[in-house]
Design a protein around this ligand. Structure first.
Ligand code: UTP
Length: 293
């Protein structure tokens, strides 16, 4: 079955990024001039997704406004002859169907995904964390597209993982699994271990913020009781799923920027700004002068 729909959870409180997130969704933080969530939706569209459900909550109206038309802004730009900017402010909202649903209480990622049940109508679907940018090496396919290809070959739920230095494993959900069918990058998942101690970690393969699920995940979320912090943890639901059905982990080369983390956000901003022709050369010059001092 082809995956046509995706859910993007973006209802979290963003407490690691206060005070910026007091009145602004962290998913709308800019990387130079484009909000993080726009990168995420572009990845979905470039991977062939036709329909996106964004899970929002209180104080997240900026998300809906960003992907909507803005007639005042557009007529202002028209008057100023800035036609290229009109195309830019309209573009992404025109390229995909975007729907919204509100999570009334921030009960965790599992709960946010559960809200997508009726929208998905029994079809397999993708999940992209709204605060995570995936950056594949030059020339490679978008992250979600790689995952969708793994889904097409396995017809099973699949989660993206990336290798992290062993001393970092205790910050992540980590995979316990074994390669199957001679592909060293596709592992059959035994279980996911949330933030293991270095000595107890089954691997250094950390969950990367992109998933494809069959509809069975919803029953598993329903069977998941509240875990750490009173939240319904997606990893707990995935462990239930792995007991009932095959679940795979795709180890990819792509880098992951979790922009809810301040250092990761700063790294992502700098890296993308350095890559761009309009900002890169001047910024590189500034940075080398600054670092030489
Ligand atoms: P995080 O756990 O990184 O987000 O969730 P958070 O809870 O906002 O972060 P902190 O720890 O308070 O800083 C990953 C993604 O899942 C969404 C978030 O918006 C983020 O995009 N999320 C998380 C929800 O939609 N609902 C939730 O209940 C929790």
């Amino acid at each position: 079955m082809k995956v046509r729909k995706a859910v993007i959870p973006a209802a979290g409180m963003g407490t690691r990024f206060l005070p910026a997130t007091k009145s602004m969704p962290k998913e709308m933080l800019p990387i130079v001039d484009k909000p993080v969530l726009q990168f995420v939706i572009e990845e979905a569209v470039e991977s062939g997704i036709e329909d996106v459900l964004v899970v929002t909550g209180r104080g997240k109206q900026a998300i809906e406004n960003h992907f909507d038309y803005n007639p005042d802004l557009e007529s202002f730009l028209e008057g100023a002859g800035k036609h290229d900017l009109i195309d830019q402010v309209r573009d992404i909202g025109d390229r995909v169907q975007i729907h919204y649903i509100r999570q009334k209480e921030q009960l965790g990622l599992g709960d946010a995904i559960r809200l997508a049940r009726y929208h998905m109508g029994g079809e397999p679907f993708a999940v992209l964390l709204g605060d995570t940018i995936i950056d594949p090496p030059a020339g490679q396919k978008p992250g979600l597209q790689q995952l969708l290809e793994a889904f097409e070959s396995t017809q099973s739920s699949v989660v993206a993982v990336h290798r992290v230095p062993m001393e970092w494993v205790s910050r992540y959900g980590v995979v316990d699994g074994a390669p199957e069918d001679g592909n060293p990058n596709l592992l059959r998942l035994r279980k996911l271990v949330e933030k293991p101690a270095v000595e107890a970690a089954p691997s250094n393969l950390a969950i990367a913020g992109r998933y494809v699920f069959t509809a069975e995940i919803f029953d598993c979320i329903d069977r998941t009781s509240r875990g750490v912090g009173g939240e319904i943890q997606l990893t707990d639901a995935m462990n239930l799923l792995a007991q009932d059905a095959p679940v795979y982990a795709l180890a990819w080369q792509a880098r992951r920027f979790d922009i809810g983390n301040r250092v990761e956000y700063a790294k992502c901003f700098l890296e993308y700004a350095l890559r761009r022709e309009d900002t890169g050369p001047k910024l590189r010059e500034f940075l080398s002068q600054m670092l030489a001092q």
